[in-house]
Design a protein around this ligand. Structure first.
Ligand code: RI2
Length: 304
């Protein structure tokens, strides 16, 4: 395996590169790097790129964005010669990355309109798409405050706090278990997504579904910011989304707890009845329209 491809893959596995959108763009970049550096014959090109595909797919299991990015590129691979195949891979990887970044920007603009002046927003984990909405609302001149969870065990909430503070946004970090305590002050919850199933269920960082329940109880709108490549075509045919379970030592040192078992699932599913809207680059939809989006963008996931 090309060492540069391996660097990207291991970066994803070890969460140096993280966030569903970012890992998708990194996977497209890895395929491009493979194509740029390939030196063998044309038959081996197909074989080798499949190995890269399988390697990248093995890095993290839950975010369908990774899978959709890979198939976006591979389904557009054309040509009889190495040069032609190389060019088509480079071109579609660049195209995916560009469309992905444009999608986040559009979500920011569409989503900001949903945030009222004077709002207190609650967010969880670190979602580029959710942050795009919040930052755009602030840049539009809205007076907003943000509560953000620290998000154990990886503490991606720290990235969120720092990003918002840098933007000059009024941000307060809370522990994950303080969400219900603060919900009475919250006007809108905005989170990202790793995968959206065809029934509208949103798979996102562990704890998201608890926040959705609490928001539902308090009648606070719960909004998801997600590019259309976060929708999972495989769920249409009944495939269940695999929930990644990470090592116990992300929670505590197991050696300090003899006789204690640990579980560390890092995503959960929020059912559509707790979700008020999903903001995509194609517009704002009800979670019940997830299947419609999958039908429109099926090319993202289907293998040819
Ligand atoms: P964007 C992240 O997963 C979080 O669950 C976040 O909500 C989601 O990806 C979407 O992030 P992880 O990689 O694509 O931190 O909106 O486990 O950045």
């Amino acid at each position: 395996m090309n060492p540069k491809v391996k660097d990207i893959g291991e970066g994803i596995r070890e969460m140096k590169i993280r966030g569903a959108g970012r890992i998708a763009r990194a996977a497209a970049e890895a395929l491009k790097v493979f194509a740029q550096n390939y030196k063998g014959g044309k038959d081996e090109f197909r074989e080798e790129i499949k190995k890269v595909r399988d390697y990248l797919l093995s890095t993290r299991p839950t975010a369908v964005s990774l899978r959709n990015a890979i198939y976006y590129v591979l389904n557009r691979m054309r040509g009889e010669s190495v040069e032609e195949m190389r060019e088509s891979v480079i071109q579609s990887a660049d195209e995916f990355i560009r469309l992905s970044l444009e999608a986040v920007e559009k979500i920011g603009r569409f989503g900001a309109e949903r945030i009222r002046d004077g709002s207190t927003i609650l967010t969880h984990c670190n979602s580029t798409a959710a942050l795009a909405m919040i930052i755009q609302a602030h840049r539009d001149g809205k007076d907003i405050r943000v509560l953000n969870t620290e998000t154990r065990p990886w503490l991606q909430g720290h990235i969120t706090s720092r990003t918002l503070a840098k933007e000059g946004i009024d941000v307060t970090m809370i522990v994950d278990s303080a969400v219900r305590y603060f919900m009475r002050d919250v006007d809108i919850v905005i989170v990202g997504a790793d995968t959206i199933a065809s029934n509208g269920a949103v798979i996102n960082k562990i704890g998201t579904s608890q926040i959705a329940l609490v928001a539902h109880e308090a009648r606070v709108p719960f909004i998801v910011a997600a590019e259309t490549y976060k929708f999972s075509p495989e769920t249409v045919i009944g495939r269940l989304v695999e929930i990644e379970e990470r090592p116990a030592d992300e929670i505590a040192n197991p050696e300090d707890f003899p006789g204690v078992k640990f579980r560390n699932p890092v995503f959960d599913a929020t059912p559509p009845e707790y979700i008020d809207a999903i903001i995509t680059e194609k517009g704002v939809i009800s979670p019940y329209l997830a299947y419609q989006i999958i039908k429109e963008v099926m090319h993202f996931g289907a293998e040819s």
